[in-house]
Design a protein around this ligand. Structure first.
Ligand code: AQP
Length: 334
C-alpha cells in the first residue's frame, strides 16, 4: 500500500523553498496516494518557540496547506502533538538508532554551529522523531526538499535495524524520499551557496508566502546576481549559483524547464526584463495564496475543525502500529 507522509514546522514564516520543495508536492500527491500531512509543532520546539504564538503558527501552516491546494477530503491534515503515538514510537526508535548515526547528521551540525552543548537534546534526536512520524503510518513515500535526504536515509536505517533486531522482516517499509522536481533546493537570494531558510537572519534572503507585492518586487530587484549576460546553456551557469537559482525559481513558478526559460533570456542581463518578469510571476502566485491564507486565518474555528478531524483520523491510523510495536518489543500488557 502506498502512503505519503510529510510535514512542515510552525517555526516562522513559510518561504518559497518550503512552498516548492514541499507544499506543491503534497498537493500533487494527494491525488495519487493516501496522504498524511502534519504540522510539526513537536519539531518546532526543538528551538525556543513563544507559547503565546505557537498555536497561531500551527494554524498558519494549516492555512498554507489549504491555500496551496491540499483538500481535507483527500489528505489527512493534523498537528503532530495531537497524535501522541509519534512520541511513543520515537522513544522505541531512540533505543534502536545509534549515537554514531546521529553524529553524522549535517543539519544538526549546521544548526548547532560551534556551541552544540547549548542546544536542546530534542534538536539532536529530531531525526529519530521524524522516523517515528513517518513509520507510525508505515508511509512509503516522503515528499521533502533535498536538505532532508540524509534524515530519510536515517529513517530507512532505523526501519531496517528494527525489522532485523526484533526479527520482524519487512514489518516497517523502507520509505522513499521524493526530492525530485524543480524546487528541490532553492537557494538564498543573497548567497547562492546557502539554502533559502526560515532561520536566515536576513529577510531579503527569502521570499515569504505572506510577503506583499512591494516586498517581493524589492527582494527580487535586490537579489544577488552577476553582471554577465545570460548564456545559452545551463552548463555555462554551473559556476554562477545565484544566476542558476533565479533561473530555477522562474522555471518552477512558471512550470517550464530551466533550459526553456534560459533560452528566452539568452544574451540579456538580469535587470532588463528577467527580474521584473520574475517578480510578476511571484506576485501572481504568492498573492493568490496569501489572500486565501488571510481569509482562512480569519476563521480559526474552521481551521481547528479541520485539524481536529485530521487528528482523529491520524490516530486511527497510528494506533494499530503502536499496539503492534509494543507487542514486538515485549512491553507489559501488550
Ligand atoms: N531552500 C529550500 N528548498 C527546497 N525545499 C526546502 N525546504 C526547506 N528549505 C528548502 C523543505 O521545506 C520542508 C519544510 O521544512 P521544515 O519546516 O522542516 O524546515 P527546515 O527543513 O528546517 O527548513 P527551513 O524552512 O528553511 O527552516 P530552517 O531555517 O529552520 O532550516 C522540508 O521538506 C524541507 O526540505
Amino acid at each position: 500500500k502506498r502512503r505519503v507522509l510529510s510535514g512542515v514546522q510552525p517555526s516562522g514564516a513559510l518561504h518559497l523553498g518550503n512552498y516548492l520543495g514541499a507544499l506543491v508536492k503534497f498537493t500533487r500527491l494527494q491525488h495519487e496516494m493516501e496522504t498524511f500531512i502534519f504540522v510539526a509543532d513537536m519539531h518546532a520546539i526543538t528551538v525556543w518557540q513563544d507559547p503565546k504564538l505557537l498555536t497561531s503558527q500551527v494554524r498558519e501552516i494549516a492555512a498554507a496547506y489549504l491555500a496551496s491546494g491540499l483538500d481535507p477530503a483527500k489528505a489527512t491534515i493534523f498537528p503532530q502533538s495531537a497524535v501522541p503515538e509519534h512520541a511513543q514510537l520515537a522513544w522505541v526508535f531512540n533505543c534502536v538508532a545509534r549515537l554514531g548515526w546521529l553524529d553524522r547528521m549535517t543539519q544538526f551540525k549546521d544548526k548547532a554551529g560551534k556551541h552544540k552543548e547549548r542546544e536542546s537534546v530534542g534538536l539532536y534526536t529530531y531525526p529519530v522523531l521524524q522516523a517515528a512520524d513517518i513509520l507510525v503510518y508505515k508511509a512509503t513515500h516522503v515528499p521533502v526538499g533535498e536538505d532532508q535526504r540524509q534524515h530519510l536515509e536515517l529513517t530507512r536505517d532505523i526501519a531496517a535495524k528494527f525489522n532485523h533486531d526484533f526479527d520482524v522482516p519487512g514489518y516497517f517499509p523502507l520509505p522513499e524520499a521524493l526530492t525530485e522536481g524543480p524546487g528541490a533546493r532553492i537557494m538564498s537570494l543573497r548567497d547562492g551557496s546557502a539554502k533559502m531558510s526560515k532561520s536566515d537572519p536576513s529577510d531579503n534572503s527569502r521570499l515569504n508566502l505572506m510577503d506583499d507585492a512591494d516586498a517581493i518586487s524589492q527582494k527580487i530587484r535586490k537579489a544577488r546576481t552577476d553582471p554577465d549576460p545570460l548564456p545559452e546553456t545551463l552548463e555555462e551557469l554551473k559556476d554562477r549559483p545565484e544566476a542558476l537559482n533565479l533561473i530555477g525559481i522562474y522555471a518552477a513558478l512558471s512550470e517550464r524547464t530551466a533550459a526553456d526559460v534560459l533560452a528566452e533570456f539568452t544574451g540579456q542581463g538580469f535587470g532588463q526584463s528577467f527580474k521584473p518578469l520574475l517578480a510578476d510571476l511571484a506576485v501572481a502566485k504568492f498573492g493568490a495564496i496569501s489572500g486565501e491564507m488571510r481569509r482562512l486565518m480569519s476563521e480559526p474555528d474552521e481551521i481547528d475543525r479541520i485539524l481536529a478531524a485530521g487528528a482523529e483520523k491520524a490516530r486511527e491510523a497510528a494506533a494499530p502500529t503502536l499496539a503492534e510495536v509494543k507487542k514486538i518489543v515485549g512491553f507489559w500488557g501488550s
